[in-house]
Design a protein around this ligand. Sequence first.
Ligand code: 9MR
Length: 376
Amino acid sequence: MKRSGENGRMSSRLTRRAVLAAIAGPATAAAAESGSLAAAARAGGRAFGSAFDREVLTDAAYGRLIGRECAWGTVENSLKFDWLRPRGPAADFAAADRVVEAGRALGLRLTGAALVWNDWVPPWVGRLSRAEIGALLDRHVTEVVSRYRGRVAEWHVVNEPFYPPQNRPGGFRQGAWFDALGEAHIERAFRRAAAADPQARLVLNEAFCEQDDALGRAIRPRLLALVDRLLAAGAPLHAVGFQAHLKPHLPYDDAGFADYVGQVAARGVAVQITELDVDDSHLPDDVPSRDAIVAQRCGDFLRAVMAVPALDRVSVWHLSDRYSWYAHAPWYATAVRAHGGRPDRPVRSHLYDAALGAKPAREAVARALLTRGPRR
Ligand code: 9MR
């Protein structure tokens, strides 16, 4: 029994290597055998990461999983403005410091999300004058970036600049920073961040562009034009991030999206996938069916974007369903119910299940990461 079990494992390993060699070449197949998503991405000339936050302070098994699979970690929440300064301008860095140190202890290179985001600005900011809001933006960016200089290598400096349905000029997202300072707040934040840490990699992060619907199509040209204006002004913009919270129920065209990402990259910036996961709210309850759709969607999407030479990072928005943001999103259970699902069913949007077991999406992502793109 034991012997045949071992033989069985051996032959399935050989088969797996043969399959990987066939799709990605012998060198990358060997890298995949070494196991991690970080190794698979490296073999394809890219890097792999995940969001994480204070759960790693108490959940050692999840921390180990992140440390094993990832080269990069994005601090999900603890560095956000509203988490640092919920009640007034003085920041409390205690929790953020612990999360940053935990990420470093796991061997991750760190990305901070997000310095400036017009969503989730605490109400006290709205009571300030324009001049005070400008000074607050400067203070926030300078304090946070310089505090973590040498420890946080990369920042999402501005998150989700556009949301055209709000009908603000230029399609920008409405919120305290934009309302007080207009588009100029974006360049101002980038310049402040570069002044506080000249080595940091500075990212403009956007949502929805991967959707081939009215929203995605409205944001794409606006984002491209913003990149052009920032670069023409000499702003220190190093990379554009595309979140990719994939929605299989909305129209998509992965090749068209990859083409668009290539147009952004042609401006001379790096491009990244920053928050990959799959909104499973419209998918069937049945777990194998749901997992298969999630895996297929991740794999198809990633294979398409891997064709863009300037793509240098793929990050997921948490590795496991255990810490899925969908579970806490106010609209999620309603959407599940509206599409015939049991509202109490567990989310299955990520690469590992809530028990930290790998799901088909993990294998699909590993294989897609091995697609050897023409890295520049
Ligand atoms: O996952 C994050 C969730 O825990 C927070 O409550 C929320 C608001 O800060 O932000 C979530 O992360 C978002 C990210 O910062 C930007 N893109 C969309 C992500 C999911 O909502």
